[in-house]
Design a protein around this ligand. Structure first.
Ligand SMILES: Nc1ncnc2c1ncn2[C@@H]1O[C@H](COP(=O)(O)OP(=O)(O)OP(=O)(O)O)[C@@H](O)[C@H]1O
Ligand SMILES: [Mg+2]
Length: 504
């Protein structure tokens, strides 16, 4: 947080604390009036004692709608409408609540699709929340955090073997439009929900059809009783979209505080930044670079800072975050993407060129990094992966050299053929996740070079066969991985046997 933002934030909190302390007095009975309405931002007169970040309610024919006071001056309050703004007219009464903005939390949200304030969007009954918690909460203190030490497996070979993630990690998924970003996050959500992790899909400003597809995918493949989708589409108020990631994180924190691991996917934060810019301009905040307000970095830093692995003394659960960010023409150095890269613990870069070449998921291994997940990788997979990442990087160099017609020695040709098979093994269609044992088995087939005996176009089918067979025919292997064992010689021998039996 920069000094100015920290100062503003503490000033706000002070004013809010004072206001809440006074709120039993006559100030709460103060009624303001809407003076004007502008794309989700309402200017209110006559609320002289309202506090910053205080929740207000605005009367309208369809029932009161919530709003958040964000910009205060002597004679007006600018606030963000957090619901349907269509019915608000000039002159409407605005009342204080004396409370910070709160959102529903609790187990009744599981298996549901809701708006950020808890409005059901799935045609189901009303949500009966266990409680309401503030949408903005302090992140974990350093003392209450522990190292990321447990794996967050996705079932995707490229990630689990080469870019391993850990529970409590914040990993950015970044790439041009339509390069498989959402699908990758969905795979991680499906895999984790089936392992008992609660997964939250926070869809911010996504097209209704894309959101519907994502939710359908989760209904079909995930354990939907562990899923919550929080949605505000491009047609919803700017306030709902702005609030959404904070509200969804609060909903997650409720479960984390009750000892459950939670994974949250923010799809996507570049859209959220655009909404923040729009809102800030309407709130008359000074624009800075690319017309974003100066606090844009702080906005996402304070959001993602809320993720992490909680220390054992505080329950030991974790909040993992997979923010998604759309790039323009692969430009990683644009303002918002660089901010997000610097806030997270690593990034998975989805590459439009790889996508077009048919490499899907289109993960650019060279430009992707997972800074902390390696420590969390299960011991068997860590040993099984060996130096595959290095081999693959060398293969990519070699391949570009070969493209220029460089003369190759026999050994280089073999490495080229081997690398092509690693690449083919990483091509995975949605829904074709590998079990951990399946991942270990295909890694063994790669590192033992057994896979080099296959034609490239059969590598994918072989991986599927191996994934199915390893659970059935060598049940000791999944059990050993689950127990946290490393790859033993006996395991390697039984995998080698399985592999050679399956090879044509
Ligand atoms: N590994 C894959 N193999 C085959 N098809 C895929 C794969 N990943 C994604 N797709 C398909 O590609 C399309 C685009 O994927 P997706 O929506 O995940 O991309 P995106 O980057 O999130 O797009 P947007 O920029 O529109 O949000 C979808 O139809 C999806 O099913
Ligand atoms: Mg998407």
């Amino acid at each position: 947080m920069n000094d100015q933002a920290a100062e503003t934030s503490s000033r706000w909190r002070l004013r809010l604390a004072q206001a809440v302390a006074n709120s039993s007095g006559p100030s709460l009975s103060e009624v303001g009036r809407v003076r004007e309405m502008n794309d989700g931002v309402v200017v209110v007169e006559g609320l002289t004692r309202a506090a910053s970040e205080e929740m207000l309610t605005i009367d309208q024919p369809g029932g009161p709608v919530s709003a958040l006071a964000l910009s205060l001056s002597l004679n007006e309050v600018r606030c963000l409408v957090l619901g349907d703004e269509a019915g608000i007219a000039a002159g409407a009464a605005v009342r204080r609540t004396g409370q910070v903005l709160k959102v529903p939390v609790g187990d009744s949200l599981l298996g549901r699709v809701i708006g950020p304030m808890g409005t059901p969007l799935d045609g189901g009954g009303p949500i009966v929340p266990g409680d309401h918690w503030p949408a903005e909460r302090e992140p974990l203190t350093i003392a209450d955090r522990a190292h990321v030490c447990r794996p967050l497996e996705t079932g995707l070979l490229a990630i689990d073997a080469l870019l391993p993630l850990g529970l409590g990690q914040r990993q950015l998924i970044i790439g041009d439009r339509r390069t498989g970003k959402t699908t990758l996050a969905l795979e991680a959500m499906v895999a984790q929900s089936l392992r008992g992790v609660i997964v939250i899909y926070a869809a911010i400003g996504q097209r209704a059809s894309a959101t519907a597809n994502a939710i359908e995918h989760l209904r079909q493949f995930a354990d939907f009783s562990n899923v919550l989708a929080v949605v505000a589409g491009p047609d919803d108020s700017a306030g709902s979209q702005w609030l959404l990631p904070f509200a969804a994180t609060t909903m997650a924190e409720y479960w984390v505080s009750h000892g459950r691991d939670v994974l949250i996917v923010y799809d996507d934060l570049v859209k959220h930044a655009a909404v923040h810019r729009q809102v800030s301009l309407l709130l008359r905040q000074a624009p800075g670079r690319e017309a974003f307000p100066g606090d844009i970095f702080h906005l996402h830093a304070r959001l993602l800072e809320r993720a992490g692995q909680v220390s054992a003394s505080k329950g030991g659960a974790s909040l993992s975050a997979l923010p998604i960010a759309e790039l323009q023409a692969g430009n990683l150095t644009a303002y918002i993407p660089t901010n997000l890269v610097s806030i997270t613990d690593g990034q998975i870069l989805m590459d439009a060129k790889l996508w077009q070449s048919g490499q899907r998921p289109a993960i650019n291994i060279g430009l992707s990094v997972s800074r902390i997940g390696g420590n969390a990788q299960s011991p068997a997979l860590r040993k099984g992966a060996g130096q595959i990442r290095l081999d693959y990087a060398q293969f990519l160099d070699l391949e570009s050299f070969a493209r220029f017609g460089g003369a190759m020695e026999a050994d280089a040709l073999l490495r080229l053929e081997h690398g092509k098979r690693i690449r083919a093994a990483m091509v995975q269609k949605p829904g074709k996740r590998l079990s951990q044992a399946g991942t270990l088995a295909i890694l063994r087939a790669i590192t033992s070079k057994a896979i080099d005996r296959l034609p490239i176009d059969q590598v994918g089918a072989f991986r599927e066969q191996l994934n199915l067979a390893v659970g059935d025919r060598t049940p000791a292997i999944p059990a050993a991985i689950a127990a946290g064992d490393t790859l033993s010689d006996e395991m390697a021998i039984s995998l080698d046997q399985l592999i050679s039996n399956l090879l044509p």
